[in-house]
Design a protein around this ligand. Structure first.
Ligand code: IPE
Ligand code: IPE
Ligand code: MG
Length: 246
């Protein structure tokens, strides 16, 4: 399938809602955390495949604001898994020239998580290949409300005039400032919803839904999503005839 991909039209930014770990475990008669542990392999595969295709940004929705409402033991297990995985993966990120970033409310994460993340972000800050953006304690509404609060504060302090608010200026207040909007969003596990992910940024994203549960997601599934993306006509409100290249 990889050969069919037009490498000159690969999305710059792919964002993934990694869903279905719990159901994957349940099918095997195991606890939900077993699914989360087996999700790491899928993350490794998709990162590698994305880098090989020349993707510049890969955003992975790993933990939503709403996920704090899960049973405490699941939340703890996810945070522990996060720390262990980041610590283990930093050498691979370095080797592959991958930069790590996060979006979301870091303040809510346990302090050992924050410490590990800060170190990994600093250690990989100068890498120039792909950027992996982990969405942690993230939600689109949280991000937008935060942006609005910061803008209001700047207006009060006379650093910003309401006349100057436009798309570009609004972007500046988001966690994803400097990151292009995702051209492609993938969600696994058969659910067809956005679950509070990148609400502002997905205005014109192409959406790809697959029944594959996240722990089963492999390179071929990413290729399938990219091929689907390449088969679509992105009109941005125009009509087809206006898009024909001269
Ligand atoms: C996605 O898998 C991982 C996280 C949200 C942390 P789930 O844990 O949501 O798995 P399902 O949807 O219950 O199968
Ligand atoms: C979305 O998955 C969040 C992540 C993948 C991190 P959920 O499993 O939390 O989504 P809902 O609650 O089913 O919409
Ligand atoms: Mg889920």
């Amino acid at each position: 399938m990889k050969e069919k991909i037009d490498l000159s039209r690969v999305p710059q930014h792919i964002a993934v809602i990694m869903d279905g770990n719990g159901r994957w475990a349940k099918k095997r008669g195991a606890a939900r955390v077993f699914g989360h542990r087996n999700a790491v392999k899928a993350v490794q595969e998709i990162s590698e495949a994305s880098a090989e295709l020349g993707v510049k940004y890969l955003t992975l929705y790993a933990f939503s604001t709403e996920n704090w409402n899960r049973p405490q033991e699941e939340v703890n297990a996810l945070m522990q898994l996060l720390v262990n995985t980041i610590e283990k993966e930093v050498p691979t990120l370095q080797k592959n020239n991958i930069r790590l970033m996060t979006i979301g409310n870091m303040e809510r994460l346990p302090s050992d998580c924050v410490k590990t993340l800060r170190k990994a972000i600093a250690d990989t800050a100068n890498n120039t290949g792909m950027t992996v953006v982990l969405a942690l304690s993230y939600s689109g509404r949280w991000e937008i409300l935060n942006a609005v609060k910061a803008m209001a504060a700047d207006i009060e302090a006379k650093r910003l005039s309401s006349d100057d608010i436009n798309d570009e200026r609004f972007n500046y207040y988001l966690n994803t400032y400097n990151i292009p909007d995702p051209e492609l969003i993938i969600r696994t596990s058969g659910e067809m919803r956005i679950s509070n992910f990148l609400l502002w940024q997905l205005a014109y994203s192409e959406l790809f839904f697959t029944d594959i549960l996240w722990p089963d997601f492999r390179k071929e599934h990413l290729y399938e999503a990219v091929l689907s993306y390449q088969s679509r006509e992105r009109r941005f409100g125009k009509i087809s005839e206006q898009l024909v290249q001269p």
